[in-house]
Design a binder for this molecule. Structure first.
Ligand code: ZN
Length: 225
């Protein structure tokens, strides 16, 4: 399994940066996890969007999905898109209205397979309904947390994962609907997974390098497990 960080910022990018968008690849399967601001200008270096098997949205905040509207101008045939069945906010309606995507709605009870990979979800706590996603192969497990605060359910969901890509770049004392680097460290301690900390604020981000088991996500960089 390989995940490449195309955009790591949120809720808006640093100069020259992009917001959430991660290319997940395993065998012949190519999937984008979220598709935020700036992804269209970067994805072709790795794959033509037309060749994606699917795009999976954790939730429909602008910084996770806004570039889908621009992508709709480009693609000639619909791309499979999985999005939460709550359809939160104006962006969800706009995405649905483009007719550019073959949409399947999901919730915490949904499970499906793509190739030999299985997908399941855990509901987070966030202003819009946001889901964490687990991808399993025969011998490897990867989790992407989407946007959420720290919850016991999430830690449980991460057990058995080798790598957790987490919304966890807030400083230790910050209270907002995202996780801190300290909470990412707790996920590592309890689950044993290496935690790749992403969704960094453009300024005043936390420092994952202070903690064992954490890595700071860098754009244009691939991480394998
Ligand atoms: Zn969000």
């Amino acid at each position: 399994m390989k995940v490449t960080v195309l955009g790591k910022y949120g809720p808006f990018p640093k100069e020259g940066g992009a917001t959430s968008g991660y290319l997940f690849q395993h065998g012949k399967v190519n999937i984008m996890l979220d598709y935020g601001c700036g992804i269209n200008g970067r994805i072709d270096e790795y794959i033509a969007p037309e060749n994606l098997d699917a795009i999976i949205l954790s939730h429909t905040h602008f910084d996770h999905a806004s570039d889908l509207l621009v992508l709709s101008y480009r693609i000639k045939k619909p791309i499979k898109l999985y999005m939460p069945d709550t359809k939160d906010g104006d962006l969800a309606a706009a995405i649905i209205n483009t007719d550019a995507f073959d949409i399947e709605y999901y919730n915490e009870n949904t499970e499906f397979s793509i190739g030999d990979l299985s997908f399941s979800f855990c509901k987070g706590i966030h202003p819009f309904t946001s889901y964490s996603l687990k991808i399993k192969s025969d011998d490897k497990t990867f989790v992407y947390t989407g946007d959420t605060v720290y919850t016991e359910e999430l830690v449980e969901f991460c057990k058995g994962a080798g790598l957790v890509l987490a919304d966890a770049m807030q400083k230790e004392d910050v209270k907002n609907p995202h996780m801190t680097v300290l909470e990412a460290s707790n996920i590592h301690k309890i689950s044993g997974a290496t935690v790749l900390c992403s969704h960094a604020p453009a300024q005043n981000a936390g420092d994952p390098t202070k903690y064992e088991g954490l890595i700071e996500a860098e754009e244009f960089t691939s991480y394998t497990l």
